[in-house]
Each structure stands twice: as C-alpha cells, then as structure tokens.
Design a protein around this ligand. Sequence first.
Ligand code: ADP
Length: 501
Amino acid sequence: MQAVTESLIAPAVGEFISRRKQMLIDGEWVDAASGETFSTVDPATEESLAEVPAGDAEDVDRAVRAARRAFESGPWPRMTASERGRAIWKLADLIEENLEEFAQLETLDNGKPLTVARAADIPLVVDHFRYYAGWATKVEGETIPVSVPGMFTYTTREPVGVVGQIIPWNFPLLMAAWKLGVALACGNTVVLKPAEQTPLSALRLGELIDAAGFPPGVVNIVTGYGETAGAALTKHPDVDKVAFTGSTEVGKLIMATAADSLKRVSLELGGKSPNIVFADADLDLAAEGAAAAIYFNHGQCCCAGSRLFIEDKVFDKVLPKIVDYSEQIQLGPGLDPETTMGPLVSSEQFERVNGFLDAGKAEGANIATGGGRPDSLTKGYFVAPTVFTGVKPEMKVVREEIFGPVVCAVPFKDPEEVVAAGNDTAYGLAAAVWTKDIQKAHRAARMLKAGTVWINCYNQFDAAAPFGGYKQSGFGREMGKAALELYTQLKTTWVNLGEAG
Ligand code: ADP
C-alpha cells in the first residue's frame, strides 16, 4: 500500500482488513467448505488487501438451507412487521455510526474517491434502509368487490421466500442495500453474494446485521466467484427468486439457468444511455452535467451518459467545456483528498476499457482528450477521462457498454433525429435531456425508451424513486413502492360468509 495513503486509513478499518475473513451462514462466521480463499485487491496499488473465503456450491447449499429454515420456522416469520421494520432501522443507525469506516472500505476495495463514498454511497445506503424500514408495516393487500353472492374476497402480499441476491462491484454496499432493504421489509430471507472484486463492505455489514437483531439465517453472506458461487445460487432448486445487477451477458446466463427451477428473476443490467443537449439549454450547466454523467464513479455506472448528443449549432461551444472539465479531473488513489477520480476496479476492467480505446482508434474515431493511463501514473488501474469525437453509429465504442470514463460526443440536427439515434441501442436504462423548452423536454422524455429520464439533471437517485431497465437493460424495478412487487407474491383468499341466497 502506498505510504501516502496508508497513513490515512482509520484504525478500525485497518483492524477490520487485517482480521481473518469468514462468511456469514446461519448466524455463524465460517470458512469456505473447501478452505479456499481469494485475494481482493486495492485497484490503486494493484496489491492484495485481504484474503476472502472462496465460497462454492457446498457453501451456497448450506446458506440456502439456513435461509429456508429461517424463513419457515424460528423467530423471523413470527416477528411482527413493526419488529422487522425496527431491525432494518437499527441496521441503518449502525451503518451511520460506522459511516467513515464503510466509506474507507469502499474506497480501498473499489477505488472510488473517499469524498464520494462518504457523501454519496454510504449516506444513500443509510437512507435506503430507513426508507424500507418504513415499508415493513405497509405491505398491504386489497379487498375485491367480486360479483359472486355471499363471498368476501381479499388479497394479501406474502414474501416470496428464499432469495438469492448477486451484487456488482461498482457500488458494493449500495447495491446490496437496494436488494436487502426491500427483501427484509417484505419478510424474505436472503443469501447475498457480493462481487469477488469488492467483498469487504458486505462482510462488515454482516457483523452489523447480527448486531441489529436479525435472527440467524435471515441474511447469509457467501463470498466467491460468479462462475462458482454465483452460478450455484442461481441453480439452487430451493431458491425462490434471484435478483441480479451486473452485465447483460451474465444476466442472460442467469435467466437461462433460473428457468430450470422457474425462479422469479429480476435483472438490472447494462446501459448505453443517451444524454441529449439541445442548443437552448443552459450550456454551462449541461456541459458540467454531461461530464458528471459519464465520469461519476469513473464511468462504472450502468446508467452512465456514454453517448452524448449535442445539437450541431452549439457542438463547438459545448465540446471544449467538456474537454476542459475532463482535463481538470484529478486522477489518484481514492484516499487522497485531492483525488476526484480513482482507478478502475480491476485489471480485467482496465484491460477491457483500454481494449475499447484501441477499438475506437482503429475504427477511425478521434480522441479529443484522454485515451489511456497517463504517463505520470505507473501503477494502478487508472484511465484518463476520454472524449471520442468523429464516431459513426456502427462503431463498437458507440454500440457497446464500455463501463469506463469514455464518452462519445455526437452532433445532431433536430429532436426527431436525436430521439431515434438515442433509442438506437439494445439498452434502455436511462436517458437525459437538457433544454429550457419544457414542451420539448417532456416530448423527448416520452419518446425515449428508458426506465429513467432525467431533465436538466443526471444521476439523481432516491430510495423512493423506482429504477430499472427497458429492453436489454433488464426488468423489474428496484427502489420505491415498485420494488415490493419483486419481493412479494399475491394471495387471493375467498371466504364464504354463509349468506348466499
Ligand atoms: P462485470 O462483467 O461488470 O464484472 P458481472 O456481471 O460479471 O459484472 O458481475 C456481477 C456479479 O455477478 C458479481 O457478483 C459476479 O460474481 C456475478 N456473476 C458473474 N458471473 C456469474 C454467473 N455465471 N452466475 C451468477 N453470477 C455471476
């Protein structure tokens, strides 16, 4: 670890990292049955942070059996909705008390600037758990005015059962919270598998889950690789539902595997989101927003604004602002207070993004700024903020999700043309429009095929606002009331009141 940042690590974080890592199964901390471990790496230094159990099918099976027992018997199904809500609220309090520790763990494991983890990731996690703590007492059914004489008919929402949750590495704790909060509020039990690149914050969360008063087996945390632990969870016949956030490629695999036991599936997948700047927008605001849309979390956001459409009349005005913004970004280790962009998460991701940069150059796109790791940084998975111009719709950098700080800037002439171009993608996670014309903004929002549309803003999130994809960006909505659909099943009860005729 680089000495300059090592000294910035809080004692509690250092102590947690050096402690032996085990998985949480049935309320116990255990090794993988195989005894195998894998390294989680600090992407700023390329050095190992910790060894973590390499869970596999046997561990997943133990975790699923524990979750099943916890769901069917024991204290969890007997707890009242209010008690469940209070446990979730307590978990939020405990995370908040340890906010700095969680922020540092995210920074070390994922690479993101500490300022971001501290101001965005962890506060959103806390807020998210509090939001769903409130829902625990509001999972309601309806009475149905059936036209059969003498019958009283009502619906209730019951938990789905044992749910498998497969978490990505870009917002490790926040993505776990998106899935856990609602699942627990609805009374399910969970086997959670964090990404192999970023398992640390989930393991620390496991310690707090215990302290918050969740009975053993309600939340189980199995660390391991996607192809082994993740696949075993997707395949397991006693898992009722699997929720996944990650690449579209793996999402397709998960859906195919889950078909065998007809598991419910919800998928939050990739994106290639269009960000549209009209000439009548506040151009300073739009340029800054467009840069933030692609560079937030180093472009490692499924909703990153990676296709930037700028009305041709103002293209030469807006582009230099974005280039300027890109060049002001300070690359460095996330713990360094000067850093505004950290490294990509892993060597694999570093190779992948550089592969896209090479493909863009080979296909004839121009690089307005950026284009790889700056010479000043010899270690760490850093990629400079990069703007491509002169791209064509069929180019790989325009069609495929890069998941790095790389944006394609494209001029357009009119609203119809740009909406068609924006929709010309297999994805449909998010889109944005920048204009002062309210009618134009809403018309575009209506025509864009995306689960979220931002007008004169980008990357706005709230626990109450549903988020999810159209087309190959997946299906199911996380957050808000909408997520209750994913974690409950509807039961219709008919009662003969004995008064027919
Ligand atoms: P990325 O390609 O961006 O690294 P992935 O979609 O591969 O993202 O990973 C997201 C999550 O999915 C991680 O927790 C990973 O371990 C898991 N995963 C990867 N492959 C599989 C698989 N075949 N089955 C189940 N989970 C998987």
